[in-house]
Design a protein around this ligand. Structure first.
Ligand SMILES: C[S@@+](CC[C@H](N)C(=O)[O-])C[C@H]1O[C@@H](n2cnc3c(N)ncnc32)[C@H](O)[C@@H]1O
Length: 274
């Protein structure tokens, strides 16, 4: 039976509460296709039964599973190119100078999906900055989806995923064959700390970040959530840090403490300290 408008509204409310993600009307069809496997996995025949179960027993692990199942995990290696180029040409050279006393650089990918984005940063570091081998460089990769976090920690990708953006010389040099997949070598994996973290929940971090990638995720939030998340991000960044958003994302009309700064063919955002 197709989902009734009241069931659709109920599911959207659960998703918004758990992940902050706003499901638009033209994505309603995704509720059925994404949540049918969740229903089956808990022994229920369909999504209508899942809604009934949730109404009977609110709480528990189901709302979390539903929010995670509705995430859009599209990503690829070196997606949009220019931010990684900016890291190589401007940002990492500047940080190497400015952090020469502490020899420590902290980078955070705040919605890292299956990990191609943090691995693209790790590849940029390993490929072009040998001097950082003796530094304390960490890339925190976080995502709402437990499954995506596991994939990032594992660092294994199919040939198809590799073909989406990873140049062959980097593949051959930094990945090993692992059955039908390719797995990042330990030297690459050890740069990355993959953890589950909800951008709308608690942030268990005491680190201040030099670079934050928060790309292609703000589009799923409403305006107040975007402003809350970005304001919190500014607070966990170093005053001279750099924030990257997705190519189609801007801060226009958002009341947040960042200033836009072009670098090469891209733009980043610098925190405004008060
Ligand atoms: C489209 S992907 C973007 C991946 C990567 N940043 C990129 O640009 O290629 C969006 C990711 O945001 C994650 N996400 C959605 N809501 C989130 C939330 N509330 N907290 C943390 N991650 C979230 C999803 O699980 C998904 O993996």
């Amino acid at each position: 039976m197709p989902l009734a408008p009241v069931e659709i509204a109920f599911l959207k409310q659960i998703i918004a509460e758990r992940s902050g993600n706003v499901i638009s009307a033209n994505q309603d069809y995704l509720l059925e296709s994404r949540l049918a496997p969740v229903a089956k996995s808990v022994g229920l025949p369909n999504v209508n039964a899942l809604v009934a179960e949730l109404k009977k027993q609110p709480g528990g692990y189901l709302p979390e599973r539903i929010a995670e199942a509705m995430t859009i995990n599209e990503t690829s290696f070196f997606r949009d190119g220019a931010p990684f180029e900016a890291l190589r040409t401007d940002i990492l050279p500047a940080l190497i100078q400015k952090r020469s006393t502490t020899k420590s650089i902290n980078i955070w990918c705040g919605a890292s999906s299956s990990g191609q984005e943090p691995y693209s940063i790790a590849l940029t570091i390993r490929e072009f900055f040998n001097e950082l081998n003796s530094w304390n460089v960490k890339i925190l990769a976080t995502d709402l989806s437990e499954e995506m976090v596991k994939r990032t920690a594992d660092g294994s990708y199919s040939q198809f995923e590799m073909n989406r953006g990873l140049p062959t010389p980097l593949l051959v040099k930094h990945f090993d064959r692992s059955g039908p997949n390719w797995r990042a070598k330990p030297e690459l994996r050890k740069l990355i700390d993959a953890r589950r973290m909800n951008l709308t929940g608690a942030w268990p971090t005491t680190t201040f970040y030099d670079v934050v990638f928060l790309r292609n995720v703000l589009i799923y939030f409403d305006q107040p959530s975007k402003e809350r998340i970005l304001t919190r991000i500014a607070k966990v960044m170093r005053p001279d840090g750099y924030l990257f958003l997705g190519g189609g994302e801007t801060l226009i009309n958002l009341n947040v403490p960042f200033l836009r700064e072009p670098i090469g063919k891209t733009v980043c955002f610098r925190p405004v300290t008060t």
